[in-house]
Design a protein around this ligand. Structure first.
Ligand SMILES: Nc1ncnc2c1ncn2[C@@H]1O[C@H](COP(=O)(O)OP(=O)(O)OP(=O)(O)O)[C@@H](O)[C@H]1O
Length: 723
C-alpha cells in the first residue's frame, strides 16, 4: 500500500487566492478568476507558459483577492494546495473573467511571500510526502487501525449508494486501488461537507489527525443516508438515482454556511430574471428564446463558462427597451425657437430640419428619409443632431463610426465566440433605455473595410426604413424593431461614402461660416459657454468684437468654429489665473487684517473713508474691473499671430493675382505670382500643381501672346515666365 511520492513541487509557487471553495489534494475543482492579481497570474503563467511547471499553482483557500492590485494582500491562509491547472476557459465581456479547472496535488506551507505584484509568489515547503506514510505494519500501529476503520466506513457509505450508477461503481473500485493515505482528502471532497470542514481537513497536516477528523464526517453522512432511505422507501426506484448523486443534501444542510448563501443568492437571481422575462413586453419570438435559455441556465452548473454567457445574454434581453418609448413633443414653433437659440446662421440646414419635423408632425408615419449633414469639421453638425433630439423630447445617442472596420461592430458577434457582445446599435438602445432615440451616426464617411467584413454594408440594413423593423443583431439572434429610431448621419465629404449607403440618405450640405457669422457665433454661443466652463463672469472679462475678428483672422484658419472655440478657451484660462491670483491676494489681505486685530483694521478704514459700512467693504475689496482682451493681451496669451493679412500687401505688387481653391475642409485663398525675365519664351511652373492649374497657366501665357499686339507688349516670345 505504501508508495513513493512521485510529486515534487517547485520550491517557489505563484499563488492563486480563492475564497469560494477548498481544493483538497486528489480532488478537482472549478474556480472563477476575476480579480486583478488572479487575472494577472492566469495571463502570464497559464496563457503564456508552455511547460508543465508553469501550470503548477499554489491555491490558497479562504483568502479573497482584493479587486484591485493597488490594494495590499490580505493575510494569507498558511496552508495551501499545490494544483495543476487542467483547463482555462474565459471571456472578456462584459469584463475579463476566466474559469479554471484545477486538480489538487499535495499540501504545502508558505515559508515566505517573495513578491505581491503583479501576482503573489511565495517560497513554499511541500507537506505531503507519501513515502513517509506508514506501511500496514509496525511502529505506527494506531494509525493502521485508524486507516482500517476509515476504510470500513468508506466502503459502507459507497455501498449504500446506487451501484448501477457508473461513477459510484468506479468510486468503489478506487477505494481498493488508492493508497489509504489519500482517502481522507478524496472522500471529504466527495461527501457533503462545508468549506469550514474542508479547511480543517486541509490544515490537518498529520495523517493521524486527518483520519480522526474525517471519520465523524463519514459517520454523519452514513446516518443521513440511512434516514433518507427510510423516509423514501415507499418512493419509486428512479428516486434512488437522485439519492445516489445527492445523497443527504437536505439532511446535512447546515444553515448559514457560505456555500448555501451563495447558492441561494444565485437561485434568487435566476428567479428574478425569470420573473423579469415573464413581465417584460418583448415580442413573442424573443420571449420564446428567453424561456428556452432560462431553462438551460437552471440546469447548468454555475462554474460552467457558458453559465455566465447565458446569464449576460438574458440580462441584456430583459434590459432592452422592446416596447418602451418616449412621447414625441412635436411643436414646430418651439422647435424653431430652440434651433435658433442653439445655433446661429445655418439657415438652410435649420429650414430642412424644420420641414422634416413638420412632415413628421402631420404624418405620423415614421418612415422618412435619413438625413445626412455633410460639411467641414466644427460647423455644428453634431450639435444640430443633439438639438433635434431636444426639440423632439427624445433621448440622444452618438455612435462614432470613424475607423470602424469590422461589421460586427454594427451587428455584434455570434454568441459562439469567446468575448462576444452585441453591436453598437443594440448597445446604444440598452444605454438610452427607449426604442425611439435619436441616433447620430457620426463620421459615416470614415467607415473602413477589412477582412472582418464591410461595416457600411451592415449599416444598409439599419438605415433602410423598409428593412430595419426586422434588424437582427448576431448576438441577440432575434429581430429588434429599429423603425422608431431616428437616424441622423454626419460626414465631412460624400466622396468616401459607399454609393449604396449614400442612396439611402438625404444629403444636406452644411457650408462653412463667413467671418461675420463666426463673430456672432463667438459672442452669442462660444464666449458665454467658455465663461461658464471656466467659472468666469462677464464682469471679469471683456472680449470686444474687434478682438474676436483678430482671433478669427490671425489665429485660426478653418471653415468651422472649433479652433476659435479652443482659442477662446485659452484666453479664459489665462484670465481665470489672473482672477484667481487677485482673489488670493484679497483673501490674504483680509486674513492679515484679522490677525493684526480689530483696532488696526479700524485705523486703516478710518484713514481711507469713514463714511458708510458699504464704502468700507468696498475699500477692503476693490470693485472688480473686467480684464479687457485687446490685441496686446491676445499676443501675450496666444503668442504672435499665426496668419498674416497678406492680401492687401501682396496685391499691391504687379504680377500677383488671387486664386480660389476648394477643399473638403472649406475654401482656400492662393496667391499666384508671375515674374518675367529674359529668355527664350519658356514658362516655368513651380510648386506641386495639378493638371487644371498647369493648364490655366498655359492658357494665361497663350492669351498674352495672342493679345500681345493689342496691349502693345513687345518681345513676348523673348521672355521667360516663372510662376
Ligand atoms: N452655428 C453655430 N451656433 C452655435 N454654436 C456652433 C455653431 N456651429 C458650431 N457651433 C459649436 O461648435 C462646436 C463644434 O461643433 P460640432 O462638434 O457640432 O461640429 P461638427 O460639425 O460635428 O464637427 P465634426 O465634423 O468634426 O464632428 C460645438 O461646440 C458647437 O456648439
Amino acid at each position: 500500500m505504501s508508495s513513493v511520492n512521485p510529486i515534487q513541487i517547485p520550491s517557489r509557487l505563484p499563488l492563486l487566492l480563492t475564497h469560494e471553495g477548498v481544493l483538497l489534494p486528489g480532488s478537482t475543482m472549478r474556480t472563477s478568476v476575476d480579480s486583478a492579481r488572479n487575472l494577472q497570474l492566469v495571463r502570464s503563467r497559464l496563457l503564456k507558459g508552455t511547460s508543465l511547471q508553469s501550470t503548477i499553482l499554489g491555491v490558497i483557500p479562504n483568502t479573497p483577492d482584493p479587486p484591485s492590485d493597488a490594494q495590499d494582500l490580505p493575510p494569507l491562509h498558511r496552508i495551501g494546495t499545490a494544483a495543476l491547472a487542467v483547463q482555462v476557459v474565459g471571456s472578456n465581456w462584459p469584463k475579463p473573467h476566466y474559469t479554471l479547472l484545477i486538480t489538487g496535488l499535495c499540501r504545502f506551507q508558505i515559508v515566505q511571500v517573495l513578491k505581491e505584484k503583479p501576482y503573489p509568489v511565495a517560497e513554499v515547503e511541500q507537506l505531503d510526502r507519501l513515502e513517509e506514510f506508514p506501511s500496514a505494519s509496525d511502529s505506527r500501529e494506531g494509525l493502521g487501525e485508524l486507516s482500517e476503520q476509515f476504510y470500513k466506513y468508506a466502503v459502507q457509505l459507497v455501498e449504500m449508494l446506487d451501484m448501477s450508477v457508473p461513477a459510484v461503481a468506479k468510486l468503489r473500485r478506487l477505494l481498493d486501488s488508492l493508497p489509504r493515505e489519500a482517502l481522507p482528502d478524496i472522500l471529504t471532497s466527495i461527501i457533503r461537507t462545508s468549506n469550514k470542514e474542508k479547511l480543517q481537513i486541509l490544515d490537518a497536516v498529520s495523517l493521524e489527525e486527518r483520519f480522526k477528523m474525517t471519520i465523524p464526517l463519514l459517520v454523519r453522512q452514513i446516518e443521513g443516508l440511512k434516514l433518507l432511505q427510510k423516509t423514501r422507501k415507499h418512493k419509486q426506484d428512479d428516486d434512488k438515482r437522485v439519492v445516489a448523486i445527492r445523497p443527504v443534501r437536505r439532511i446535512t444542510h447546515i444553515p448559514g454556511t457560505l456555500e448555501d448563501e451563495d447558492e441561494k443568492e444565485d437561485n434568487d437571481d435566476i428567479v428574478m430574471l425569470e420573473k423579469k422575462i415573464q413581465t417584460s413586453s418583448m415580442p413573442e419570438q424573443a420571449h420564446r428564446v428567453c424561456v428556452k435559455e432560462i431553462r438551460r441556465l437552471k440546469k447548468m452548473p454555475q462554474s460552467m463558462p457558458e453559465y455566465a454567457l447565458t446569464r449576460n445574454y438574458l440580462e441584456l434581453m430583459v434590459e432592452l427597451p422592446w416596447n418602451k418609448s418616449t412621447t414625441d413633443r412635436l411643436d414646430i414653433r418651439a422647435a424653431r425657437i430652440l434651433l435658433d437659440n442653439d445655433h446661429y446662421a445655418m439657415e438652410k440646414l435649420k429650414k430642412r430640419v424644420l420641414e422634416y419635423l413638420a412632415v413628421r408632425q402631420l404624418r405620423h408615419n415614421l418612415k422618412g428619409p435619413i438625413l445626412c449633414f455633410v460639411g467641414p469639421p466644427g460647423v455644428g453638425k453634431t450639435s444640430v443632431g443633439r438639438s433635434v433630439a431636444k426639440t423632439l423630447g427624445r433621448e440622444f445617442h452618438r455612435i462614432a463610426l470613424g475607423g470602424v472596420c469590422d461589421q460586427s461592430d454594427i451587428r455584434g458577434h455570434r454568441r459562439t465566440y469567446v468575448g462576444s457582445m452585441p453591436g453598437r446599435i443594440i448597445n446604444g438602445l440598452k444605454t438610452v433605455g427607449v426604442n425611439n432615440p435619436v441616433f447620430l451616426l457620426d463620421e459615416v464617411d470614415k467607415l473602413g473595410k477589412s477582412l472582418q467584413g464591410d461595416p457600411a454594408a451592415a449599416l444598409l440594413e439599419v438605415l433602410d426604413p423598409e428593412q430595419n423593423h426586422n434588424f437582427t443583431d448576431h448576438y441577440l439572434n432575434v429581430a429588434f424593431d429599429l423603425s422608431q429610431v431616428l437616424f441622423i448621419a454626419t460626414a465631412n465629404t460624400t466622396a468616401t461614402i459607399p454609393p449604396a449607403l449614400l442612396d439611402r440618405m438625404e444629403i444636406i450640405q452644411v457650408p462653412g461660416y463667413t467671418q461675420e457669422e463666426k463673430i456672432e457665433i463667438a459672442h452669442r454661443h462660444l464666449i458665454p459657454k467658455q465663461l461658464e466652463q471656466h467659472g468666469l463672469t462677464p464682469q471679469q472679462i471683456q472680449i470686444p468684437q474687434i478682438t474676436t475678428l483678430d482671433i478669427i483672422t490671425r489665429y485660426t484658419r478653418e471653415a468651422g468654429v472649433r479652433s476659435l472655440d479652443r482659442r477662446l478657451g485659452a484666453i479664459c484660462r489665462a484670465v481665470a489665473v489672473k482672477v484667481a491670483e487677485g482673489q488670493h491676494k484679497e483673501a490674504k489681505l483680509d486674513h492679515s487684517d484679522m490677525t493684526e486685530g480689530e483696532g488696526c483694521r479700524e485705523h486703516i478704514l478710518e484713514d481711507a473713508k469713514p463714511e458708510s459700512v458699504d464704502d468700507t467693504t468696498d475699500l477692503a475689496l476693490p470693485p472688480e474691473m473686467p480684464i479687457l482682451i485687446d490685441f496686446h493681451a491676445l499676443k501675450d496669451i496666444l503668442g504672435p499671430p499665426m496668419y498674416d493679412m497678406e492680401v492687401s500687401e501682396r496685391l499691391s505688387q504687379p504680377g500677383v493675382a488671387i486664386g480660389l481653391a476648394w477643399t473638403p475642409l472649406g475654401g482656400e485663398i492662393m496667391f499666384v505670382e508671375a515674374s518675367r525675365m529674359d529668355g527664350e519664351g519658356q514658362l516655368t511652373l513651380t510648386g506641386q500643381l495639378g493638371d487644371v492649374m498647369k493648364e490655366s497657366a498655359h492658357l494665361a501665357i497663350s492669351w498674352l501672346r495672342s493679345n500681345a499686339k493689342k496691349y502693345h507688349l513687345t518681345n513676348v516670345g523673348g521672355w521667360c515666365v516663372l510662376m
